[in-house]
Design a binder for this molecule. Structure first.
Ligand code: AMP
Length: 145
């Protein structure tokens, strides 16, 4: 899906937001939901998505919702750092399939990095163990301020 197109409310993140699909939830408020990526590029890979939005990507989001999202991305990234003590954190976001986007509901990746560990492949690799994701989600959630 290129940058052109319309929002598909059957996308997996919309289903997660409606409670129709499971997730390892880290945190939520009125504006966003944060949960663990099931194909993590590193241990602790977390996604933050806006609620009440039909933006497929950053270019389509309203300035107000985008500002609310990014402030909360910082908050969750700080909790990831506090919980997992990484050496660095990648914050990334893809717009359109040619750019690497695979789920077409706006989302931001928080990917903790350790100096001695390679980054996993984006949009591939092995599905994580749900129990392990739930444990990581609980650890990160406990550090949300
Ligand atoms: P992107 O490729 O930027 O659109 O990112 C989509 C991300 O969603 C990828 O990193 C996938 O691993 C992740 N993903 C896909 N399905 C799920 C799911 N059901 N729960 C959590 N993460 C998912």
């Amino acid at each position: 899906m290129s940058l052109d197109g319309t929002y598909d409310s059957a996308n997996i993140f919309a289903k997660i937001l409606r409670g129709e699909a499971p997730c390892a939830k880290v945190w939520e408020d009125d504006h966003v939901l944060a949960f663990m990526d099931v194909f993590p590029q590193s241990r602790g890979h977390t996604l933050v998505i806006p609620k009440g939005s039909t933006a497929r990507n950053l270019l389509e989001e309203t300035p107000e919702r985008l500002a609310a999202l990014m402030v909360r991305v910082q908050k969750v990234a700080q909790a990831v750092r506090a919980a997992l003590n990484p050496d660095g954190v990648v914050i990334t976001q893809f717009n359109g399939a040619p750019a690497g986007q695979t789920v077409f509901h706006l989302h931001v990746h928080i990917i903790p990095r350790w100096a001695d560990q390679p980054l996993g492949r984006h949009g591939g690799g092995q599905m994580a163990d749900m129990a392990e994701l739930q444990d990581l989600a609980a650890r990160i959630s406990a550090r949300i301020e």
